[in-house]
Design a protein around this ligand. Sequence first.
Ligand code: 5AD
Ligand code: SF4
Length: 427
Amino acid sequence: MGCQMNERDSETVAGILEELGYRPTDDRDQADFIALNTCAVRAKPMHKVFSKLGELRRIKQQRPNIIIAVLGCVAQVAQQEIAHRAPYTDIIVGPRNYSRLAQAITAVQTGADLITVTNTSEVIPEGLPVARTTAISAYVNVTYGCNNFCAYCIVPYARGPQQSRPAAQIISEVEQAVAAGHHEITLLGQNVNSYGQDLDDDCDFADLLAEVNRVTGLKRIRFTTSHPKDLSPKLLDAMAGLPKVCEHLHLPIQSGDDQVLERMGRGYPYEHYRRLIEAARERMPQMSITTDVMVGFPGETEAQFHNTLEAFREIRFDQAFMFKYSDRPGTRAAQMPDKVPEKTKQVWLEQLIELQNETAHQINEQLVGETFEVLVEGPDPKSPAKVRGRTCTNKIMIFPGDEKLQGRIVPVTAQQAFLWGFLGEIT
Ligand code: 5AD
Ligand code: SF4
């Protein structure tokens, strides 16, 4: 569940399990070990964890020897609730502690009751195994954790303080992924723009991109997530100047209202955000810009919500992940007064989604007839004679072709626009 960070963590967990002799299965009635890698970012994914855990109760009753592990952000922030509501859980390990997972599994295999490891100040070591699940693209962490403490956000509590990986280790992981057949790398961090601030050398994220760009055989570089308060002109120059770096920026805005941004502790007013987008588009006119936003932050008024709508009209995002604010226990926002009623949040969210869908459709409609370089990821799961891939701007392109195209970059002309991208034809 959750973000790309979690997907990458699951690949580490899979690697650890393979070293212990486990093999993956699609049939949970066959499994000797089931792990939920969980997300705590909003109330909804958190509820999903407990409903999934409920489903596992029957399996554990039928086969008491199966090992059930709860990993990830919910494991970290709600360990007691897990142990209480799902007492058949064997292992609870937080996202900072996978280096101790193998030991926990061995302990349970030899009779231990519940093993819990939730220490967010642990330094994540290099060299943990990885069993990658994607064919073309590969995830590589640049930082773990986050120091920002935005008022609404659980992540610093779930994933601990920022830890940057040494550049040499990152490059070596990229080289290994390329040698294993991956063509594209997505560099991951909660705030990639603050990469290196906790290291001794003076390699910042723009410098790191330049180094990754030098890796032979690598075709494309993506990264996520950027933070408007730390995004520098130097990084925009690097994006524009480095040929492998994709012209796509995911830059969460969260709100278009200065007072709300202030109370969120985001560290920038809307005008700063707007200027960054302007600076990015000056350098890369074709680039795509995507964002995260939430409606109904405590105390948010109708007029403040309208500033978010206005910002969306002004900036015109290619895509947006839009959420209703939800209280996360222990955060500053959870303590704030004047909570916005659920109904109002729902109405606002629908208004924003409608505006955003209209914009995205218009943007993509205007691109019909243009030809894009598409990196083919594989067969399209929904249409057998077609393949799917992504443009440099991170739009999905589906077009007739066979699996021999997988991993190749081919020119494809967009013929029909959708919210997510295009149907097209190879040129
Ligand atoms: N309520 C709603 N959305 C949230 N996000 C983070 N915390 C909350 C919360 N408490 C959203 C932000 C973030 C994305 C990953 O999830 O928009 O960028
Ligand atoms: Fe990722 Fe945040 Fe969810 Fe953790 S809580 S899995 S960091 S989105």
